[in-house]
Design a protein around this ligand. Structure first.
Ligand code: ADP
Ligand code: MG
Length: 398
């Protein structure tokens, strides 16, 4: 027995259909069409294709709430699902159909956050039940949560280029790599990220942090400033006389909600705010510590590194030494001695970067100096140095 569903209104991004189906054969398509019809889904889009064509399509379009893809005949279905995970919104429910009755594949796909795997010929009642669970949001019991990656960008002192790095890295991942990205600017009295992105900050971030109980999907959809197709910003511009009291619990609660909706969550974190959120820095994340090459920064870097501690399998620190060679820079050996170790990534001081920055994000993205400087960090964050392998599946989806 199946009931017509009430699909939550926050189901998908504007412009997205509720359900997309990429299967090559008419028999499977017919069974799925019947299952969706019995659930009252009127806007399902059927494409004669598979997981590969779905990946290609979703790199250009908003993700549906439910995605059904076929992996039949693919040499490596798990790798195809890896690639799909990278471009698909994290909160999309994914059902995979294939031609292999293979428990190893089944486990890999489940572990990667795929809601269900069916081998052909698919059974109508099972497909209906799985589609219903995804569309009503009843996923928790059956699939591990798929979550994004948290990237803290912490400038150890003001002016070292943390916002420039956060904004441009986030933008690149969204625009060139088609990742769903949220940038949260916790410098609520500066509002610099909004400035660099040519948008006006609101008071939404303050509201989210002061009233975490109000933050739900609808709040996020209203509050997030949509910068471009795949990148949103949460920011506020508050009066200097009325600072926001940032509580770690409220911040964690906000992050939890963002993790289900975005592939990357960048947190632009001034050092004064970071000091209020110390335990949060220990959560699974990448912490990009940004300094310039001054003695003051070298000392602060050593202190932050010591506080954060060594890398773990879930959490790593990357030291970006920005504005290298600017007046007042220490020689490399002296900087390394004072900071405790050399930087992981060095970005030279280049006037072209500050000039380009004044032109807003589109101008900044034209800067070859910035592009070159950020390339190693981008490779690190998108895991490009490492060929994706099976054990990474869980990290990509989860
Ligand atoms: N590598 C660089 N070379 C030259 N100028 C830079 C570089 N990185 C950042 N800047 C400039 O430094 C200034 C401060 O950058 P910003 O990102 O606002 O720092 P923060 O967020 O750490 O306070 C900006 O004018 C920016 O254009
Ligand atoms: Mg800043």
């Amino acid at each position: 027995m199946t009931d017509t569903l009430t699909i939550p209104t926050t189901a998908a991004r504007p412009g997205a259909t509720t359900v997309q189906v990429f299967v090559p054969d008419t028999e499977t398509a017919a069974t799925i069409r019947q299952a969706l019809g019995s659930l009252g889904v009127a806007d399902a889009e059927f494409v004669s294709g598979n997981a590969v064509s779905a990946t290609e399509r979703l790199s250009r379009q908003p993700s549906p709430r439910l995605l059904i893809v076929d992996v039949s005949g693919l040499d490596n279905p798990a790798d195809a699902i890896d690639a799909l995970a990278e471009v698909c919104e994290p909160n999309t429910g994914v059902i995979v159909v294939g031609d292999r009755n293979d428990i190893v594949l089944y486990r890999e796909l489940k572990q990667a956050g795929v809601f269900e795997y069916f081998f052909k010929p698919v059974v109508g009642t099972l497909v209906t039940r799985a589609c219903s669970a995804v569309l009503t949001g009843n996923l928790e019991a059956q699939a591990p949560a798929r979550t994004g990656k948290v990237v803290f960008v912490l400038g150890v002192r003001g002016g070292v280029g943390a916002t420039t790095i956060a904004v441009n890295t986030a933008w690149y991942l969204a625009e060139a790599r088609q990742r769903w990205v949220m940038l949260v600017d916790l410098d609520m009295q500066g509002g610099d990220a909004a400035l660099q992105l040519d948008v006006s900050p609101s008071h939404a971030l303050r509201e989210a942090l002061e009233h975490p109980e109000r933050v739900d999907k609808l709040f996020l959809e209203r509050a997030a400033i949509h910068i471009d197709h795949r990148i949103d910003l949460l920011a506020s511009l508050e009066s200097i006389a009325d600072p926001v009291d940032v509580q770690e619990a409220a911040f964690r609660s906000l992050l939890d909600k963002l993790l289900n909706r975005y592939r990357f969550i960048f947190i632009d974190l001034p050092p004064t705010v970071a000091a209020l959120l110390l335990p949060a820095l220990q959560m699974p994340s990448t912490c990009v510590l940004v300094s310039n090459a001054s003695l003051a920064c070298a000392r602060d870097m050593a202190r932050w590194r010591e506080w954060i501690g060594p890398n773990t399998p879930d959490r790593s620190t990357v030291h970006v030494l920005n504005q290298h060679g600017a007046p007042g820079s220490l020689p490399d050996a002296e900087f390394a001695r004072a900071a405790g170790r050399p930087a992981d990534i060095v970005i030279p001081y280049d006037k072209e970067i500050s000039t380009a920055n004044m032109l807003g994000i589109k101008g900044a993205q034209q800067s070859m100096a910035l592009k070159r400087g950020l390339a190693p960090l981008l490779r690190h964050l998108s895991g490009e140095q490492v060929a994706p392998s099976r054990p990474l599946l869980r990290r990509l989806f989860g």
